[in-house]
Each structure stands twice: as C-alpha cells, then as structure tokens.
Write a protein of this length. Structure first.
Lengths: 351, 302
C-alpha cells in the first residue's frame, strides 16, 4: 500500500494551448478511496494516466510511496489499472488473462494457480476461468479486469470509469461490490468517473476537476454541502444548486431546501414561483418555476426567465399557478460574483 | 394491387441490374482465367507443339515424362525453397517495419512512401535495376565490398553466376518486392488493435518482447495469415524476378515451376509439357485458396 501524491502536475498536449491538466496538487491518504470527478474533457483520465505512467507530465512530480516516479515505467510503479474498455486480452482465456501480470512480473509459476483462484474467488468468477473474454457478459468482463488488476496485490489501484459500460441496474450492484471489495483489501484506490452518484457513494474524498484544474477536494459531504465555487455547486447534485444574483454576490441553495413558504417560518429568502413544469419521480417531485418577482433582483435587472428548481417529497401544485416558496438562512451559500468562488455569508438586499 | 405490381417490377429490374453489374467480372474471369486454364488442361493431355497441326490425346504421357526430367525436379524443389525462404523474410521484415511505422515520428509519411515504392514501381524495371546492382562486372554491391576491403577485387562474388548466390539473390529481390504489400496489410492489422491492450500489458508489467510475442503477434495472427497466404500465391506463381535476373540459371539452379513451364512451353515450343508443368501448381494453390477463404471467413465472423 502506498500514498500517491502529485505536485504541480501539468500536462500540455499541444504547445501553446491550454493544458489538459494544470498545476494539480493532491495527496491521497493510506488506503483511501479517492475519486476524480469531472465532466468529459476535465483532465481526470489524463491525470490518472500520468499516475499510471502511460502519459508523461509536461511539468511537476508524481510520487508513489514518497518516491518520485516520473521516470519509472508503469511496470516499475507497482500499480494496477482497470481500463474503461477493460482491455482484456481477447486471445487468452480468463485464467491466462488474470495470470498474465504474475507471469510478466516473474512470480514463480507454481504460485500462479493459487493466486489466480484467490482473485477469481474474490470476484466470484471462479467458474469462468476457461472461457475467452468474448464469451463473457459486460459485468463478467469487468470482474475479470478487476481480478487481473488485484492478482499481484498492487500498492495502488487505478480505475478508469470501470462501470460506464454496464447497464444501469448492473452498475448499481457492481458499485456496491467494488465498495465492499475496497473495504476488504484496503488498497489505496483512485477512481475516475463523470458520474456524481458513483463519486458520492464510493469516495472517501472527491477531487472535482474542471478544465484540468482542481476545483475542490473534500469528502462527499463537504463538496455537496459546501461547494468551493459555482462550478462545483452546479456539477454536483441533480437537479443542481439554484444560483441567483443579488447585488455583487451570487446566492445559492439546493432544490431540496426550497420549500413551500409555510414550512419555513424564519426564511431568509422568499420567492413567488410561477410553475411551468412538474415532474413526478416516485419518491419526489421536481418543480420548475420562474420567479414572479424577479428572484430578489431590483427592477430593471430582472432576468425573469431564470428557471428555479425545487425538489419536494410531496407537492400539491398546478402548472401555470404561482406559489410562495422560501429558503431558510442556514441553507444559503454565497459566491463572489466576479470570481465565482465561495464568499462569506452576508446580509441580502432581498426585497 | 398497385403496390405489389410496383414491388414486382422493381425486383425484376433490380435483378437485371445485378446481372449487368456482375457480368463484366464473370466474363473477365471466364475469358482471361477460365479459358486459358481449360486449354492448359486440354494441352496437358495432348501432344501439342507450337506450329504443328492437329493434336492427339496422349493420356498421362506428358506427366510421366516431366516427372522423370531432372529440370522439373530441380524446379519443384527450387519453387519450395524460393517460396518458403522469401515468405519467412517477408513476414519477419514486414512485421518489424509495421511495428516501426505504427508509432508517430518525424518523417513517418516519407518513410512510408519509400517503403511502398517497390510495390508501385513496375517489377520488371525493379528487377532490371537489381540486375545491374548484382552484375558480374558493374555490381555496386561488389564495389562497396571492395572499397571496404571485405572482398578481393579479383575474387569478387558472382551474385547471379553461382548457384547458391543466385538463389539467395532472387529470394532477396523477391522479398524486396513483396515487403511493401505485406507491411501495409500488417500495419492495418496493428492499427486495429485497441491502444488500451498494449497499455494494459505495460501496466501489468510486460516489457517490449513479452508484449510483442504474447499479446501483439497472437492478436495479429489472422492478419499475418492473410499476408502469408497472399505471399505464397504471389511467390509460387511468379516468374518475373527469375526470368529477368537469371532466366533460371545457372544450370537450372534458380529455375522455378512457372519459369520452367514458360521456357518449356513457349520458348521450347513444347506446349503440352509446359501445360503439364503448370498444372502441377494447381493442387497446391487450391489448398492455399481454401485456407485463404477460411481465414477470410473467420475474420468476418469474429
């Protein structure tokens, strides 16, 4: 097991253009499950590939276990990686796929069977060992890829969107399996995903990336409850955080905190919403509306078409009607209008 | 009613169009391959000579007599030596070239162009060039070897004049000619391997050679088979290099079946014997063609 650290790591693919990864500093904890979360093109996979040694950083250092590994090959870094496509060797059986890293790293041949069976047993694929990858389902392939990665007990475990090729139902169960699996082996793990639900559910901490820059590093609770900037605020959470401009600040609040006025007696913000859409999702309602009074803005600067979203466990509303909503003060988050970074709480000039 | 009528008429006109489109190919194959092939069979069982009148059926006499001829046995042996050696050289050479040309580097386009040149240049021109390169008096190879003091000026190798050297020379020239074709096929096969797979091998701890022999080459095998089968056909039926460079000599030491058939049947005007020699190629080529179709089919299925 080992700690992974990056120091001012930058990757520029084409000189003169913006880097895919810019000045990333981060340190994992021992045995941590760290998630890189970001939209496509945010540099999360490039960052992972640099840690794996498949891509050389343009500048900065990568450390594994306290040692600078910039000039080491993937083989020398003692890492294991699961690729998005799984990258199973199509001409080899499952057994030989899983045994390949053992063979490549010179593990004595008589230990192969025991280790392969251990890894296959851990992932419940013991009965598939004689099959070829093309005879397996997507979920089975994903398990073979994980088994191949853990068989040599790596010091760091890297996963690049390993669940994105599975259907929704399988994804949920595979996610739960991976979580249990990590708890059992306790290897430092870096997991790349664009799926915020995966990130929230699995990560000890989440690194939110956008355009190659780290926007925030924190526990799922921190990044959700206290987003560092408006990007994090809107990227995490579905539907995203509502953001309203008020003077020189942007005030944000989660949809679930925008409740009918009667439920929030000491409200800091009151809004009259004209409902233009309602979605019933079984356990909750998503309410889309526009502020009749302009969302707290003075007359003249009102953008009345700004959609404000509320998430309610029950709703007795009608489309087209106007309803009173409110947000309690402790749920408000403030952002600087110029930098879009988090700003201290302040009094609002709410009408 | 109107709908069914229209459907029927469009089907029949579609059928006519189909016939019209494959007819040229059928005619081409029938006239340029089928007819000569049928005539070869016919002549092989006759006593046809160029310039003589009627032909008589002579059964297997032609085959019996060529089997006894020393030239034929030498040519048969040479055909196998020529084909197998050049295929070994072509496949190893083109695999190395394809691996080198797969990765990006400055000037890759130009190098690819240079490697394709032997294939696009007319083969007789290329062979004549090689004939000069290996000439007994003007050989540039010998000139270089003498300048490097590797051979003595008065005891230089006669590249096309000594049996073993002549065979090596035609094999090398033929390899030079087939290399581009095979390289292009293998390059296509290599590009089809997803980048993730060699990367996974690198992460798994495999070095260059292990990745090559345990991952890349096995995955490339169907494509290697295609390249090899085409190579065998191109080599086994080819006589241009031998014809231009050595005309089968010295003493039949580079004679192969196609060139022997040509020299016997056309230049020696013994049509019947020439036809019988070329018919000997058929069983082997049928086997190769069978494997080619099987490989192509498997490549389609997987």
């Amino acid at each position: 097991m080992a700690i992974v650290e990056t120091r001012a790591v930058t990757k520029v693919f084409k000189a003169g253009t913006l880097g895919a990864v810019n000045d990333v500093d981060l340190v994992t904890a021992e045995g941590e499950f760290l998630v890189f979360l970001g939209p496509s093109g945010s540099g999360k996979t490039t960052l992972l590939r640099m840690i794996a040694g498949l891509e050389a950083p343009t500048s900065g250092d990568i450390l594994i276990g306290g040692e600078v590994v910039n000039d080491l090959t993937p083989r020398e870094r003692r890492i294991a990686m699961v690729f998005q496509s799984y990258a199973l060797y199509p001409h080899l059986t499952v057994y030989k796929n899983i045994a390949f890293p053992l063979k490549a790293q010179g593990v004595p041949r008589d230990q192969h069977r025991k280790k392969v069976e251990w890894a296959a047993g851990l992932l419940g694929i013991g009965q598939l060992l004689e099959r070829k990858p093309r005879e397996l389902s997507g979920g089975e392939r994903q398990r073979v890829a994980v088994a191949r990665a853990i068989v040599r007990e790596p010091s760091v475990f890297l996963l690049d969107e390993p669940l994105s090729n599975l259907d929704a139902k399988l994804r949920a169960s595979a996610r739960a399996e991976l979580e249990q699996f990590h708890r059992r082996v306790g290897t430092t793990t870096i997991y790349v995903t664009h799926d915020q639900v995966e990130a929230m559910a699995m990560g000890d901490r989440i690194v939110v990336l956008h355009k190659g820059v780290v926007r925030q590093i924190g526990t799922p609770k921190q990044v959700y409850d206290d987003p560092a900037d408006t990007f994090v605020a809107t990227f995490l959470g579905s539907p995203p955080m509502n953001l309203l401009e008020n003077g020189d600040v942007i005030v944000g609040f989660r949809p679930e905190h925008l409740v009918p006025a009667a439920q929030a007696p000491s409200a800091a913000i009151k809004l009259t919403l004209k409902i233009h859409n309602l979605e019933y999702l079984g356990s909750e309602w998503i309410v889309y509306g526009t502020a009749v009074d302009g969302g707290g803005k003075p007359e003249g600067e009102r953008a009345s078409d700004k959609t404000i979203i509320s998430r309610l466990p029950t709703a007795n509303l009608t489309i087209g009607a106007s309803h009173e909503f409110a947000v309690a003060e402790q749920h408000l988050r403030f952002f600087d209008k110029a930098t879009e970074k988090r700003a201290p709480a302040r009094a609002l000039s709410w009408p | 009613m109107a709908v069914t009528h229209r459907g029927r008429s469009s089907r029949s006109s579609g059928f006519g169009l189909g016939v019209a489109m494959f007819l040229p190919a059928v005619l081409y194959v029938l006239l340029l391959v089928g007819v000569p092939f049928g005539m070869a069979f016919f002549y092989a069982f006759s006593d046809a000579r160029i310039g003589s009148g009627g032909e008589n059926f002579v059964g297997f006499d032609n085959f019996a007599s060529i089997l006894e001829s020393q030239s034929f046995r030498t040519a048969l042996k040479n055909s196998f030596i020529f084909t197998i050696s050049s295929q070994i050289l072509v496949l190893t050479g083109s695999t190395a070239l394809a691996l080198a040309l797969k990765d990006k580097f400055r000037g890759r386009g130009f190098v690819r162009f240079l490697i394709l040149l032997p294939w696009v240049a007319p083969i007789s021109l290329g062979a004549i060039g090689w004939k000069w390169i290996l000439d007994s008096i003007y050989s540039v190879v010998n000139w270089v070897l003498i300048a490097l003091h590797l051979v003595k000026p008065f005891d230089k190798p006669m590249w096309l004049g000594e049996p073993v050297l002549a065979m090596i020379s035609v094999i090398v020239v033929h390899t030079w000619r087939l290399l581009p074709f095979s390289t292009v096929i293998l390059l296509a096969g290599l590009t089809a391997i997803p980048r993730d797979i060699p990367e996974a091998a690198a992460v798994d701890g495999a070095g260059f050679w292990r990745t090559l022999f345990e991952i890349t080459l096995p995955m490339l095998r169907p494509i290697l088979n295609v390249a090899m089968l085409f190579g065998i056909i191109f080599t086994f039926t080819d006589m241009i290099v031998v014809y231009v460079m050595t005309a089968g000599g010295p003493y039949d030491s580079t004679q192969v079946l196609p060139s022997l058939a040509f020299f016997t049947g056309i230049q020696g005007s013994d049509l019947a014997a020439g036809a019988a020699i070329s018919i000997f190629l058929v069983p082997l080529l049928v086997v190769v063609a069978y494997f080619m179709l099987r490989v192509a089919h498997r490549a389609e299925v997987t």
